[in-house]
Design a protein around this ligand. Structure first.
Ligand code: NA7
Length: 548
């Protein structure tokens, strides 16, 4: 029974990050009555919430941008090779204005519940502002890195100073001048923010449970000739992005004219095994620490991984002068390529400054927060500001934070208790007409995510056209297809360092207590994934049941 306050729609899009914005644009353009619901006061998703100092994209901006509008590509000028959060947020606001998206977005509103009605194949969606929507399709554009992870620390509320989380950073500037700052967590966010906060603070203490392997970002201002050429080359760049595994074309700018007789520039070897100790040392000296992640055999081979880890350690000890700090920063106990690679600007260098210290929590964890700081198993620390850089309930958190109930009232939380499965990362069995953008089992965050986002939005758009053209009331992933796909996703990761026994990462869900250990993204690549999706469609949506 629909009450009079309920708004009837064709589609509800949850979230207006890069995915939700494009989905809204596509569905509206096809004439659907659609609304997008956004918890923030503005668009941007991850680029709206993660406004901590130093937040920056780790994919070149030329490639980390929408491809759907040629005009947009031509009119937007990136100012750096890899821009920071403020510029990305500005870009996304420009997109929202340019395509007049705001008129169909309900801001400052969080979707709290969504339940499926089997009798009519429709969803009832509720928000924390009391909105009620009755909709045919529900598209979850809730993102892979949405729900902040707050560690379960004893007396968490005891600390009387200022407390921040990198993933929910305030819009107002935080003044670190002359302050003693503690940062808990040294993943990508910690690595990015520590040098920037340290440049202002009187003292910075990094509390680190797992050191990362991090490599210089080598970010630089955008050269006008590079940008001009990229704008000309966009068709090729986009074509290449969609037809490779990573979704990154590796665009390198204007082609340099060949100089007759000029010596060929040497590149670092692709494999480390087979090089003698002298050759490895020579490569390290010539190419530096940045060459280390490119030795491909280290992805699969333990011996190769061991060698590059030793090389990494050697470089780390050279950069960080204090042997105790270098030892604390050394990620000895898990392989390279287990966690998402981190790139940084001045991360190791900042530990050469006297006012920046590191606490190695492997030698004794945090026991409790106190009114003035925190206590580890070994010592007590005092500070004025506490920054949690402790990551996310990744890949699934955005969905499980909502009370989503499918057929028979089953909740998504229960459905995924034993590991999240979603056929092609697009639909969950038992949840008809609900689509997941970059859901578990798709290349998502293992690829250039904007490429995967656009792919999913277009697939969902075309699928909805098919459903409407063919009077199909409900579309649902079949359990057998979802299970088979989950096995394939798992197989694709086997033999890589991503699933090494000593590896704990948010890809595996192992950063969240009680979360089932399962490798969630699809490692097969954007190109292979596209082949599979095309095959599924060509075979009449094989693996989905379609009910008229
Ligand atoms: P990450 O990469 O999950 O990093 C979170 C960090 O917080 C990591 O070093 C964690 O150590 C640490 N952490 C988590 N819980 C605790 C507790 N209880 N005590 C101490 N330290 C803790 O999140 P980020 O936000 O840095 O980056 C996420 C992605 O965003 C990144 O990959 C980029 O793609 C952008 P752990 O490793 O779990 O031992």
């Amino acid at each position: 029974m629909i009450d009079s306050d309920t708004k009837t729609l064709d589609a509800v899009v949850v979230g207006t990050g890069m995915a939700g914005m494009y989905m809204l644009y596509r569905l509206r353009n096809k004439g659907l009555n659609v609304i997008a619901v956004e918890a923030g006061t503005g668009v941007g998703g991850a680029w709206y919430w993660n406004r901590y100092p130093g937040c920056r994209c780790d994919v070149p901006s030329i490639e980390y941008s929408y491809s759907f509008s040629k005009e947009l590509e031509q009119e937007w000028d990136w100012t750096e090779a890899m821009v920071g959060q403020p510029e990305l947020e500005k870009y996304l606001n420009h997109v929202a204005d340019r395509f007049d998206l705001r008129k169909d977005i309900k801001f400052s509103t969080r979707v709290t519940a969504a339940s499926y009605h089997e009798d009519n194949g429709r969803w009832a969606v509720e928000t924390d502002q009391g909105d009620k929507y009755d909709t045919n399709y529900c598209v979850m554009a809730t993102g892979c890195l949405t729900i902040p992870n707050y560690p379960d620390i004893k007396n968490a509320d005891a600390f009387k100073g200022e407390v921040y989380h990198t993933a929910t950073w305030p819009k107002e500037e935080v003044d670190f001048t002359g302050k003693r700052v503690a940062v808990i967590g040294c993943g990508s966010s910690g690595v990015q923010t520590i040098p920037v906060i340290a440049s202002k603070a009187k003292e910075l203490i990094a509390f680190q449970r797992s050191p990362v392997y991090t490599f210089p970002a080598k970010n630089a201002p955008m050269k006008p000739e590079f940008l001009a050429q990229a704008k000309k080359d966009y068709p090729e760049i986009r074509e290449k992005q969609r037809n490779c595994a990573s979704g990154i074309a590796g665009y390198s700018g204007p082609k340099k004219p060949k100089v007759e007789g000029a010596p060929k520039k040497r590149k670092a070897s692709r494999k480390i095994l087979g090089l003698t100790a002298e050759q490895r040392q020579a490569e390290l000296e010539e190419f530096g620490i940045g060459a280390i992640p490119n030795y491909v055999d280290a992805f699969f081979n333990e011996e190769a991984n061991g060698i590059v880890r030793e090389m990494f350690d050697q470089e780390l000890k050279r950069i960080v002068k204090d042997p105790q700090k270098a030892d604390a920063l050394s990620p000895k106990d898990y392989p390279l390529h287990c966690k998402r690679p981190v790139i940084d600007t001045n991360y190791y260098d900042v530990f050469n400054e006297d006012h920046v210290s590191i606490v190695d929590l492997r030698k004794g964890g945090i026991e409790e927060l106190t009114a003035t700081g925190l206590r580890t198993a070994n010592a007590e620390y005092e500070f004025d500001i506490l920054v949690y850089a402790t990551g996310f309930d990744a890949m699934t958190g955005g969905m499980t934070a909502i009370d989503i109930r499918g057929k028979g009232g089953e909740s998504i939380k229960d459905k995924w208790a034993d590991g999240p499965t979603a056929y092609l990362g697009l639909q969950v069995c038992g949840f008809p007409n609900l689509f997941t953008i970059t859901g578990p089992g798709s290349p998502s965050i293992l690829s250039n995510v904007i490429v995967s986002i656009e792919y999913h939005c277009e697939w969902i758009d075309q699928t909805i056209s098919y459903l409407r053209d063919n009077n199909i009331k409900a579309m649902e992933a079949e359990q057998s297809a979802a299970d088979e796909w989950a096995i394939h996703v798992n197989d694709a990761a086997q033999g890589t360092m991503y699933v090494a026994p000593t590896c704990n990462s948010w890809y595996l869900g192992s950063n969240i207590e009680g979360k089932k250990r399962m490798f969630m993204p699809y490692l097969g690549g954007v190109d292979k994934y596209d082949e599979k999706c095309r095959e599924v469609v060509a075979n009449g949506y094989e693996g989905f049941s379609l009910t008229s």
